[in-house]
Design a protein around this ligand. Structure first.
Ligand code: HEM
Length: 400
């Protein structure tokens, strides 16, 4: 097939009438073959890998790069893309690992486990406040978004009163319809804000991640303030958009599967597995991770050449019938922990212990507090966020 073939489909695909499921094309493409050509909206054609095993292999391949500044990288937008200093999600090893290691401790399982009582307190307080609100109330604005925002603010030492700046700017950073200029402006705003905050931490360090970066890394010359602000931008964006959208979408998915919801509430020991099944089923990082090949290698018998762009749809892997029986069913009893919703390989999600703990606490607590929780608009009218890197819900009016 030539690159100009009219049959080359263009991403992003539409979910049609089934907003909790991946676009129907993925099932067909997986059946047709392990790899195919796709176009991005501004023209260039790249490879798209369709199946679970190949997706894992590509994400773990040493000759695959995440460096968006490389010529030919499959960027979503036209124009010159710049990378914030310190944004290790867009870097390769050894630089990537060097920076990632500087912030790993906060997100380690044993440290997150210690945070559980505090996560529970924040959840309960927000649910108390929600209970006092007039109905219908927006679950996103009053619970799904403030919960992870409050958590990362405490963890990183960001005043919650300043949330507007990082919520607004990170919304732009994941918006697929935003232009390069809008992206750069949003990044400058959040970077400026964080540079100011790091100066404040220099004067007055506390017990939080940004103070730790200031005292242990900036003062020692290991990081420049700009690199630390770039790390902060990544962590702030990754730390609240994702969990917030998982809470909103999981609420809708569970209300549409009352038998599964009953199971979640009746068997507290099943909650961790249930959360992993929701992560698999919903796969909110839904538009495909992007990589560029540094050497020639094979995927399913097809040669990917050095310099070729790769699009890696995690949602296709997570609905692969070769790995999951009846993959389109939400089945909270399945063992889904091998899902790829957090990615795979060296860039696998740093915040996954925190994301899991937040969801394991927030979801049962919400339905225990409001056993009659109902979405106040018809399913067809729910405001799903489609044109974003992180799939989700903009607003969810609920009654109880
Ligand atoms: C349900 C919630 C979440 C989902 C589904 C999710 C998903 C992902 C995925 C798919 C990647 C891989 C990106 C790639 O390979 O290019 C990733 C990376 C990352 N995530 Fe998450 N994430 C979630 C929550 C969080 C949280 C709470 C944090 C904490 C601040 C976080 C921080 C990060 C960071 C820093 C990276 C980059 C890791 C690296 O490049 O080494 N994520 N996440």
């Amino acid at each position: 097939m030539s690159d100009t073939d009219v049959a080359t489909p263009t991403l992003p695909l539409d979910r049609g009438a089934s907003p909790l499921d991946p676009p129907v094309e993925y099932a067909r493409w997986r059946a047709e073959g392990p790899i195919r050509r796709v176009a991005l909206p501004h023209g260039p054609v790249h490879w798209l890998v369709t199946r679970y095993d190949d997706i894992r292999a590509v994400l773990a391949h040493p000759a695959v790069s995440s460096d968006i500044t490389r010529e030919g990288f499959p960027n979503v937008r036209a124009g010159t893309v710049t990378r914030a200093p310190g944004s290790f999600i867009l870097m390769d090893d050894p630089d990537h690992s060097l920076i990632r290691r500087m912030v790993t401790r906060t997100f380690m399982l044993k440290n997150v486990e210690r945070m559980r009582p505090r996560l529970r307190q924040i959840t309960d307080r927000l649910l108390d406040e929600l209970a006092e609100r007039p109905q219908p109330a927006d679950l996103v604005a009053n619970f799904a978004l403030p919960f992870p925002s409050l958590v990362i603010c405490e963890l990183f030492g960001v005043p919650y009163a300043d949330r507007e700046v990082f919520q607004r700017t990170t919304k732009v950073l994941v918006d697929l319809t935003a232009t390069i200029d809008e992206i750069n402006a949003a990044r400058d705003t959040i970077m400026d804000y964080l540079l100011g905050l790091l100066e404040e931490k220099e004067r007055n360090p506390g017990d939080d991640l940004f103070s730790e970066l200031t005292v242990q890394r900036i003062r020692t010359g290991e990081l420049t303030p700009e690199q630390a602000a770039g790390i902060g931008t990544l962590l702030l964006a990754a730390g609240h958009e994702t969990t917030a959208n998982m809470i909103g979408l999981s609420t809708v998915a569970l209300l549409r599967h009352p038998d599964q919801l009953q199971r979640l509430l009746a068997e507290p020991e099943s909650v961790p597995a249930a959360v992993d099944e929701l992560l698999r089923y919903l796969t909110i990082v839904h538009n495909g991770l992007r990589r560029i090949a540094l050497e020639d290698f094979e995927v399913g018998g097809v040669t990917v050449k050095a310099g070729d762009g790769l699009v890696i749809p995690l949602q296709s892997a997570n609905r692969d019938p070769a790995v999951y029986d009846l993959p389109d069913e939400l089945d909270l009893s399945r063992a889904a922990r091998n899902h790829l919703a957090f990615g795979y390989g060296v860039h696998q999600c740093l915040g996954q212990p925190l994301a899991r703990a937040e969801l394991q606490i927030a979801l049962p607590a919400l339905f225990q507090r409001f056993p009659d929780l109902t979405v106040a608009v018809p399913y067809e009218e729910i405001a799903f966020r489609r044109q974003t890197g992180v799939y989700g819900i903009t607003e969810l009016p609920v009654t109880w």
